[in-house]
Design a protein. Structure first.
Length: 506
């Protein structure tokens, strides 16, 4: 008699396709918890900044580095983390990254001096950069069937959406009713539980034979992303004509050019540049960046609007985003079925169009808006954002499974850069408009609202443009039953289920 394997059996001898669905669900839970931690940490600190600044007597520069240290290391090392995961094994990098992140969170919570806090935040960024690319890569290899993968990505995205909303709310509650140290301590028990679950559930994959690290690609990609992130973070404060900012932008361009040259010449490149000739991949990435530009900008500047204009407390401001995130999570959970029925180009295009409409509607709310006034726009943004999730599986599906780590890293790096760019550009537009209106003799409140409205209208326009890009780029001609199957851009066969998921043309 054959014995039934344990549901969490991590032995590599089992074929992925024969692993029980229950076992793969535990894997999905582990990577989703890891994602939840990094997403939560990305925005939970924003609400607690005033409390940290008062407690540690920080200058404006000091508090900026508390926030920026994490973002710089996280964004700068994402592609490197993806490559290392592909070479040394995804479970190994998942464990290493999660361990670093958890230990750094403990150190940040215990810190009583600004230099220790900044160093801990930087170490958190390193851990997140190693951890984040592995999550989608593990999903890609665990769910080889496109339909199952799309559903898993939807669940993973729903968890990320909840983290975006819970972050400000939890940050407000902890900073008001406990103290700011707990915004970091909260990661420790979650990290320990996730480490235990991951070591039990995620199968060991081991180092890839015959794969090189591509040191040149790792170094140049890290320099390019680090320099660009620094310029986007510091540019609004120091001025775009500042020599340091111009130097950072120039360094980013030079490093990106060097990365391109290296990747064309090495035998085992970190990123196969031929993927950028694929319409679906390039269009999907462009739509993703427009999505992130709008969504991240909305979170940042609408938080200011809620607290500085409407007078909401940090907790109430966090609660305002909760219905939007809940609807986004609900829509993300069913987005794969919607895309399978109507085509990803239609579902993603519709989702981004809804997001655009929601952003525009919120931009016209004035100084006397109520919680209920905000809800229709927030709800539309949430539903629309959830329907865009098939973008993720489309981008991941454009690269072969052996490069799933880099595919996940490209996805996350594009989203992070676009989000930073959204905050930067909307901030520049808001400040310029605010200054121009103030010079006409208008009140400071009127000037801010005018700049805020113009910034959100710009975000709405870009998201609307992303809807058009997604509709055009994600269209595939579904094969007829008697016709031969199409092939994927990198010569991997495309199953019929993928054609259904991506959708028929028209």
């Amino acid at each position: 008699m054959t014995t039934q394997p344990h549901l969490l059996d991590p032995r590599p001898g089992r074929e992925r396709g024969t692993r029980p669905l229950a076992a793969r669900s535990w894997i999905l839970l582990a990577v989703s918890l890891g994602t939840f931690m990094t997403y939560l940490d990305n925005n939970i600190i924003n609400v607690a900044i005033p409390t940290i600044q008062r407690d540690l007597y920080l200058s404006q520069s000091g508090i900026e580095w508390v926030v920026s240290a994490y973002l710089l290391l996280f964004a700068g090392l994402l592609l490197a983390g993806g490559r290392l995961a592909d070479v040394f094994g995804r479970r190994r990098l998942f464990t290493v990254g999660l361990t670093i992140f958890t230990v750094a969170s403990l150190a940040a919570g215990l810190s009583g001096q600004v230099d220790v806090l900044i160093a801990s935040r930087a170490l958190q960024g390193v851990g997140a950069a190693l951890l984040t690319p592995t999550t989608l890569a593990i999903i890609t290899t665990t769910f080889p069937d496109p339909r199952e993968r799309a559903a898993a990505v939807g669940a993973w995205s729903a968890v990320g959406a909840l983290a975006l909303a819970v972050g400000p709310l939890l940050g407000g509650i902890l900073s008001e009713d406990a103290n700011w140290h707990w915004i970091f301590f909260i990661n420790v028990p979650v990290g320990i539980v996730t480490l235990a679950l991951g070591s039990r559930a995620i199968p060991a994959d081991g180092p890839s034979k015959g794969r090189s690290i591509d040191r040149g690609g790792i170094v140049t990609s890290a320099v390019a992303l680090f320099a660009l992130t620094y310029a986007l973070i510091q540019g609004p404060q120091t001025g775009w004509s500042n020599a340091t900012i111009l130097g950072a932008i120039a360094l980013s361009i030079v490093a990106a050019a060097a990365f391109t040259v290296i990747e064309r010449r090495v035998t085992d490149p970190m990123v196969d540049l031929s993927i950028f000739t694929d319409r679906v991949f390039v269009g999907g990435m462009a739509a993703l960046m427009m999505w992130a530009f709008g969504l991240f900008g909305i979170y940042f500047f609408t938080s200011l609007y809620l607290q500085n204009v409407l007078g909401f407390s940090p907790v109430r401001a966090g609660l305002t985003f909760l219905p939007m995130a809940a609807l986004m999570a609900a829509a993300a959970a069913v987005s794969d079925r919607v895309a399978a029925r109507v085509g990803a180009h239609r579902s993603v295009g519709l989702g981004m169009a809804l997001m655009s409409g929601g952003v525009v509607s919120i931009s016209f709310l004035g100084a006397h808006a109520t919680f209920l006034d905000l809800m229709p726009g927030m709800a539309v943004i949430g539903i629309g954002g959830g329907l865009t999730i098939p973008l993720t599986s489309t981008i991941l599906g454009a690269l072969p499974e052996a490069r799933a780590g880099v595919a996940s890293a490209l996805f996350n790096a594009a989203r992070e850069m676009a989000g930073l760019l959204g905050v930067t550009v909307i901030g520049v537009v808001l400040a310029a408009r605010e200054h121009a209106v103030a010079r006409t003799g208008s009140t400071a409140l009127t000037a801010f609202l005018d700049g805020y409205r113009l910034g959100l209208l710009l975000a709405g326009a870009l998201v609307a443009a992303g809807a058009l890009v997604a509709w055009l780029a994600l269209r595939r001609t579904a094969p007829r039953r008697t016709a031969p199957r199409r092939t994927a851009p990198l010569s991997t066969p495309v199953p019929e289920t993928l054609s259904v998921t991506v959708g028929a043309e028209g």
